[in-house]
Each structure stands twice: as structure tokens, then as C-alpha cells.
Design a protein around this ligand. Sequence first.
Ligand SMILES: Cc1cccc2c(=O)nc(N)[nH]c12
Length: 376
Amino acid sequence: MKFTLQAKDTASKARAGVLETAHGEIQTPIFMPVGTAGTVKAVHQHELVQDIQAQIILGNTYHLYLRPGLDVLHKAGGLHKFNHWNGPILTDSGGYQVYSLTEVRKIREEGVTFRSHIDGSKHLFTPENVMDTQRIIGADIIMAFDECTPYPCEYSYARKSLDMTHRWLKRCVDRFDSTEPLYGYEQTLFPIVQGSVYKDLREKSAEVIASFNRDGNAIGGLSVGEPAEEMYAMTEVVTNILPQDRPRYLMGVGTPINILENIALGIDMFDCVMPTRNARNGMLFTQHGIINIKNEKWKADFSPIEAESDLLVDQIHTKAYLRHLIRSQEILGAQIASLHNLHFYLWLVKQAREKIVEGTFYIWKEKMVKVLGQRL
Ligand SMILES: Cc1cccc2c(=O)nc(N)[nH]c12
């Protein structure tokens, strides 16, 4: 998988590039809508393509393995066929979701046993079988099986966990490199840097991950509750070590401000459930700050959701109407708010890319971060 750097900011580590996959190219920096169970919740495919120009979406091994299950996905010819998405797909390896979604789980050298959050059935994920699973799902970019350490966590735990994640990575690489894609197009495996918030562990993990010389590299174990300053400090340590000519993917990040600050630290790819999850609760991200649409102040505000936006629903629907839909828990409320937030996130990273290319990113970023966190 080819990654071409097109521009670098002079006042920061921000870069603009193009990542070529079997299902098309991705302009970076990029935000990847999370489509956990094979759908970006409350958003139609044509809206992803036409309305927000999403370039790549995420699926998830844990969810897809449990439902609809590997036999259905295999018979369908993979996730692209199943959900009719013809662009690139990235799947997470499932370990993180086991930790965040299940109570009953055990982490062993062999892998992780857990009970399904759906029906309580018992399962085992190992580095080998999550590679096989991601072969069946057929995502263009697949993630190594890692342990995402909680925050906070003891140094000794973080170090032991890191060493196991590196041993698991070797097993993932051996399995992936000794199996073939199932649907006639190449897939690529990204390893994941861990090390919690400990500088020396992050340095060690970044060096080990870089030594595998894969097409791209991910940074995990952040956006797990640590203060933003710690997130930025660890990202800086890791991007100083990861190879310049490979894309860097910071997993689970983040707010609009997190994204801009991490682009300045040399990150190219982001994913986060925040734009869709918070949308369903009425939290709207806009270029002037954050709107809690359920707030009384919008009750009779008949101005467009966001006048400057080129998204149709932002122009034709009013704040008052969207407030009514969200408060009434109408499905259309989730649909409009989710589409609005995803459109905003994709607009933001597209703006960042344009500013990097024209050499004005740092000034623009400093101005934007002052506005984006404001409560309107
Ligand atoms: C989705 C996600 C968010 C945040 C962190 C992580 C992580 O450390 N590892 C994996 N596999 N996924 C993550």
C-alpha cells in the first residue's frame, strides 16, 4: 500500500499525503467515520459518499464476528459487498472492544477469553484468529491484536502489557504474512504502539513497531481518559520515532481540538465515535463552537443549523426543528445530527489539509482551537 507525502508544514510536524488502497485513495489528514457493526449509525451510504465525501469507514472485528457472524460475511464476499461500501475500510482487531464492552474476560498469553455482550456466549480471541477474522471481513487496512492499557495504570503493568502486545504483534505478522487475501485484493496490517503515559515505554514500543517495517503504524492506548496534555506528549514522543514515510493512525481520537493538535504533531489518520455518539444526544460541533441543541435557548431559533455549511440538511433545517426532533427522540434527529457532525469533522480535516498544502496550517490551527471548544 503506497503512501505519498505531498506537503509538510514548516511551523509544525503536520503533513498532507495520499494513501492508495485497493479500494481507492485516501487524502490525509483524514477522519474515518466509525461504522462498528457494518454501518455508520443513522447515516446512509449515499450520504457518506455524496454529502460528506467520507473516504474510508471503520468496521469492527468484535461486533462483526458476533453479528452477523463470519459465515454470513464470508458468503457475502466480505464486508464491502455486505454493506455495499466500495471505498476503503479499516477494521480494528477486537481486543479494545473486548475490554470496553465485556465484563467477563480474561487476558492470557494465548489471547483473551470473553463472554459476548449480546448473548453471554463464551469466545476466545487470539492474535492468529483475529487475523483470520479480518481476512474474512476483508478490510483494506487491518489492525494488530493489542492490549489497550487503561488510564491510569501502574508502570509495571504497562511494561508487562507492552511486552505481551509486542509478542502478540509477532504472532499477528507471522499469521498475516502466511495467509492470503480471500477476495482478490491486497490487505495491509498496521501494528499498534502502546506504553500508556510512560515516555520510556512509548519510545521502546515505537522502536519495536517501526522495526516491523509495515505500510502504516497506529498509536493506541490514548484517548482512554488521560489529560489532553499527556495525549499530546505521548504522541510527540512516538511520531519522533515512527518512520516519516508511513501513515500514522491515532486510534480513538478525538474532539475537533484533539484532532488539530495531533495533526500538528504528525498524525495522519483519526477515528472517533464522538461525532456520531454525541450527535444522538444533541451535541453539535460547528466551526464557531459546540451547540447543545437540547438547550432551551434554541427553542424558537429558526436560523439554519449551520448557515455556512454546504450540507443540505444544515441549510434547510432550523435549530428549533432539530431541537424538537432530538428532544422527541425522533430517528430523523439522530440522522440529521450525525450527518451534521460527520460533515463537520470531514470539513475540518479537509481544511487542515488545504492549509498544510498552502503553508498556513499553524496560524489557522492556533485560531481554530480558540473557537472550537466554545459553548454556544
Ligand atoms: C479503537 C481504539 C481506541 C483507543 C485505543 C485503542 C487501542 O489501544 N487499541 C485498539 N486496538 N483500538 C483502540
